[in-house]
Design a protein around this ligand. Structure first.
Ligand code: SF4
Length: 366
């Protein structure tokens, strides 16, 4: 009898292929995170895809009622579609789900469009809308999965193209999918499916993996941390370049840690030992809007051209004023100029929450 883990391995969505081909062991993870999913950008992309699917299917999609960003992306996508729609004939309704068997594993996927370019030797086309930014390399294994499924469903086509429409750039990228490319993809996927024990942690694979207690990933992060410790000893540029992917993985882990810590600190200070606590403290930061403050700034700093700047931090501004003020008058001059800028409404205060360390008694008010 198949274990639960094996049952999961029996079905793989094309959207999971970029991760699975990078790290076959991730196939056994129960959560499936699609590249770019969950964010506001992804939701916007889903709305745009939905509208495009209706439009391509010949349905009326009114602009009214769309959110501004969705309407803008939809409009840009329509400009691309205008250039290509006459040369394509749809073979299936937009967003038709497909599946195929590869050595006992079901590969499933829902490409945006499957069409043909009519000609003496017609070409099969897999069309993919991309409403975000990125590189085709991030999605290539997913797109080849769609091409593989489309070729299985429409085996009469001898040539195949993947067309990726980058909506924000109003540009398309076209890939010819020949037998060599497809054979290599199939070979790599068969190997991955046959080796669920192969862990290949990397920044790219792990960020789309649902595994939170993966020892291979933990070892990768430990390795990254110890490699970065060597920077102090002076690494040559080639070594620094090799550390780049690992440094990104660590930086992301630290950002996640910082976000989790801030949520915990929102409930109150936390003891970090040695008689100290950490807590969140509001820190106001002032800046001067150059446009509103220009008359006062020009009069007080005649030799400094601040016009190209939108704003300047007050710390920087105070340094400039100190540099021009007479000896013994710096404090007074700063006070005077800042007063004028305040009166002009040019000083803006933003408050951010910083994490501060204090002695426990102080935090307790002792
Ligand atoms: S966390 Fe990373 S190494 Fe572990 S299974 Fe997932 S992708 Fe592979």
């Amino acid at each position: 009898m198949l274990t639960d883990e094996q049952i999961i391995q029996r079905k793989v969505r094309c959207s999971a292929l970029p991760r699975v081909l990078r790290c076959p062991a991730s196939l056994a993870q129960s959560r499936d995170i699609v590249i770019g999913s969950g964010s506001a950008d992804a939701q916007r992309g889903t709305h745009v895809h939905h509208a495009l699917a209706l439009h391509v299917a010949g349905k009326d999609v009114p602009f009214a009622g769309m959110e501004d960003d969705v309407r803008m992306l939809y409009y840009m996508a329509l400009q691309i579609w205008k250039d290509y729609s006459d040369s394509l004939v749809l073979l299936d309704p937009p967003e038709t789900g497909m599946s195929g068997d590869l050595n006992g594993t079901t590969i499933t996927g829902t490409p945006d469009l499957i069409a043909q370019i009519p000609a003496e030797t017609p070409t099969l086309v897999v069309w993919d809308w991309k409403t975000g930014t990125g590189s085709i390399g991030d999605y290539l294994d997913q797109l080849l999965g769609y091409a593989w499924l489309a070729q299985k469903k429409h085996p009469e086509y001898k040539t195949c193209k993947i067309i990726v429409a980058w909506v924000r750039d109003r540009a398309v990228e076209i890939l010819d999918v020949d037998d060599a490319v497809m054979t290599d993809w199939e070979k790599r996927l068969k190997w991955a499916l046959a080796h669920p024990e192969a862990y290949r942690p990397s920044e790219h694979a792990c960020r789309y993996c649902g595994s939170v207690e993966c020892e291979a990933r933990a070892a990768y992060m430990r390795g990254a941390a110890s490699a970065l410790m060597k920077v102090e000893g002076g690494l040559v540029p080639a070594d620094l370049a090799k550390l780049y992917p690992q440094s990104k993985a660590l930086a992301k882990a630290l950002r996640q840690y910082d976000a989790a810590l801030r949520i915990a600190l929102a409930q109150g200070p936390l003891d970090i030992g040695n008689g100290k606590v950490i807590s969140l403290a509001a820190q106001p930061r002032k800046s001067v809007g150059v446009e509103k403050g220009l008359p006062a700034l020009k009069a007080s700093l005649p030799g400094v051209d601040l016009e190209p700047c939108l704003s300047i931090k007050t710390g920087e501004l105070k340094k400039l004023i100190s540099g021009t003020a007479a000896q013994g008058q710096k404090g007074k001059e700063i006070e005077r100029v800042m007063g004028e800028l305040e009166a002009a409404g040019a000083v803006e205060t933003k408050t951010s929450e910083v994490i501060s360390v204090r002695r426990k008694e102080k935090a307790d008010g002792g």
